[in-house]
Design a protein around this ligand. Structure first.
Ligand code: URA
Length: 236
């Protein structure tokens, strides 16, 4: 077994143990009569069983009409990438191109994000990352998602993150960061500083669309520095 395979197995085992802990199991019984189907296994509130797969979560979402964004959308943009990725990027919401294709970050900002991942970090977008958004339908005119829309969609993002349990989450911009941290954030001050989301390390950085709008050396350097920290953590 290579060192890489070993570290993947260890990470998967660790994630499995974290999941069990999430369900309220904080020790592993070793009696042979252990009945794993026992309905008396403790379950922490909010958890009703083993984490769903991304396909199950997508199926549960269905042809969603839980918020008003469904009225103007062409396609639900659920997410794309590797369901076992160590690294998840969370953006704000689909734009016109994403709505058209049903895929996240495929427009101009998406090309910038791909460049950051592939040229900047030396990773492969499809193999090494999973990418999704806080809302899965396009806000009209690309406005920020409203709180009722985020409220209706956040359970799906939470389930996606539980299913993937990456080593690192990168939030792109203020709305994504505020949503996952559950508080107001001054993105220019807090980007580049490690945070935590349900036991997973979270790195806030600038949204690639902001980077394109304010294409200064300082901003590009800032994102570069943030991604260096992410890479170091992934390799740890
Ligand atoms: N901006 C986002 O926040 N998400 C996308 O999917 C595309 C652009």
């Amino acid at each position: 077994m290579t060192a890489n395979q070993k570290s993947t197995h260890l990470r998967q085992l660790k994630n499995q143990l974290i999941r069990l802990q999430d369900y309220g199991i904080d020790e592993i019984p070793c009696k042979n009569q252990l009945d794993l189907s026992s309905p008396s296994l403790p379950v922490r509130s909010g958890h009703t069983g083993i984490a769903q797969s991304l396909d199950q979560i997508r199926a549960e979402m269905g042809e969603c009409d839980r918020c008003k964004l469904c009225e103007g959308r062409k396609n639900i943009v659920f997410g794309s990438g590797n369901p076992n990725a160590l690294l998840v990027f969370v953006g704000e919401g689909p734009g016109a191109e994403e709505d058209e294709q049903g895929l996240p970050f495929v427009g101009r900002a998406g090309k910038k994000l791909t460049e950051i991942i592939e040229k900047g970090m030396g990773l492969n977008r499809a193999k090494d990352t999973y990418i999704c958004n806080i809302v899965k339908c396009r806000p009209p005119g690309n406005r920020d998602p409203e709180s009722d829309e985020v409220g209706a969609c956040i359970p799906f993002l939470e389930k996606q993150l539980q299913a993937i349990r990456p080593k690192v989450i990168v939030t792109l911009g203020k709305p994504a960061t505020e949503t996952l941290l559950g508080r107001k954030v001054a993105i220019t001050k807090e980007r580049g500083q490690w945070q935590e989301y349900k036991g997973i390390k979270l790195m806030p950085t600038f949204h690639p669309a902001y980077l394109l709008r304010a294409y200064t050396l300082e901003n590009r350097k800032a994102v570069h520095e943030d991604m260096k920290k992410v890479l170091a953590e992934l390799k740890r």
